[in-house]
Design a protein around this ligand. Structure first.
Ligand code: NAP
Length: 320
């Protein structure tokens, strides 16, 4: 088998494609033949060695992927050899031709969803679901601002919120990204680099503010967010890359809540609920992952450079 291996933390170039011994499925494990792997910003933090979770070296990166079941080491497993699946994490890393998973890390992929799309399901859609429904408790009829809607989590949040009957305002930083966000179901799109874009958002809500904010860059936006919330509003901190000063009075004055979240802290019960909801949405077509750019697995470094550049446009996937 082939896999990207990281022998030292550092720049994208530390990722090298290597030929490795074939993986053998153990008790309770599933072996997946990977057809596409998803690149997430968190993969870059782990590769650089700056993330809270530091794997032992050497390791194969990647949590997202999709493919077919190649072997099953658990007679009670819910999947069989040949089944199409998406990965919800792996034991051995998804940037590879094959990966070992625990049974709960393998989820059925409906036939109408391609492997490339399946590689963009777990982290983006499960994060969006958890933020929108389990943390913010977003409800139909409410207004949500997806602050950073053109990337993986943002597009998922737009599709989920639209299907749930919410009014959706999405932001993007490029024209191409803005067009994509509108195509994916946002009722309104604004550019988060425009001067005065927060006033545009307030105008769109008749001056009342939004009920929920899904925040992809809290260190830049949290202060502005608090001032765009309606009474009882909730902002979910999904992405954050630094520190910011806020005035707590802005939260106080509207009975607002700031909710943190990390998908990897979700309980098994919450994750099971999330996957059930995602399966239904993928099957009925309301959830439709957008593949932006493809790289060959050997150029995982190119994927890591691209995912950190401005002008996000859907998911970046690696093809083994
Ligand atoms: P992505 O695909 O790279 O998308 C990044 C998004 O942020 C794009 O829509 C980008 O828009 C937008 N953005 C850039 N500058 C912004 C600004 N000033 N204000 C608002 N948005 C801005 O990344 P992703 O996979 O969607 O993840 C988004 C963030 O959430 C990342 O920081 C990631 O690490 C984090 N995350 C956290 C969890 C968790 O469990 N908490 C899970 C998944 C992801 P333009 O490029 O168009 O400007």
């Amino acid at each position: 088998m082939e896999a990207i291996r990281i022998h030292e933390f550092g720049e994208p170039g530390v990722m090298k494609l290597e030929t490795c011994a074939d993986l053998q499925v153990g008790g309770g494990q599933i072996l997946v033949d990977i057809r596409a792997a998803g690149v997430n910003p968190v993969d870059t933090y782990i590769r650089a060695g700056t993330y809270a979770m530091k794997p032992d070296l050497p390791f194969t990166p990647g949590m997202d992927g999709a493919g077919t079941v190649a072997a099953v080491g658990d007679e009670t497993a819910h999947v069989s050899v040949g089944d199409r699946v998406y990965l919800a994490g792996t034991l051995t890393g998804s940037y590879a031709s094959h990966a070992l998973c625990s049974a709960s890390q393998v989820q059925p992929l409906p036939d109408n969803v391609s492997f490339k799309q399946g590689a963009g399901v777990y982290i983006p859609y499960a994060t969006a679901w958890r933020g929108l429904f389990q943390r913010a408790e977003g409800r139909s009829g409410e207004t949500v601002l997806v602050h950073g809607a053109s990337g993986g989590v943002g597009i998922a949040a737009v599709q989920l919120a639209r299907a749930a009957g919410m009014t959706v305002i999405g932001t993007a930083g490029s024209e191409q990204g803005a067009a994509l966000v509108a195509e994916q179901g946002a009722h309104y799109v604004v550019n988060h680099h425009d001067a005065g874009y927060t006033e545009q958002i307030m105008d769109l809500t008749g001056g009342l503010g939004v009920d929920v904010i899904m925040e992809m860059l809290a260190n830049v936006n949290l202060d502005k967010d608090l001032n765009m919330l309606a009474y009882g509003g909730r902002v979910v901190v999904i992405g954050n890359r630094g520190v910011i000063e806020i005035n707590p009075r802005d939260a106080m004055a509207r009975d607002a809540s700031i909710l943190g979240m990390v998908l990897l802290l979700a309980s098994p019960e919450d994750l099971a609920a999330i996957h059930a909801g995602l399966h239904a949405g993928l099957e009925n077509g309301t959830l439709n992952p957008v593949v932006g750019t493809e790289f060959p697995l050997a150029d995982a470094a190119g994927g890591h450079v691209a995912v950190m550049e401005p002008g996000a446009y859907g998911k970046i996937v690696l093809i083994p």
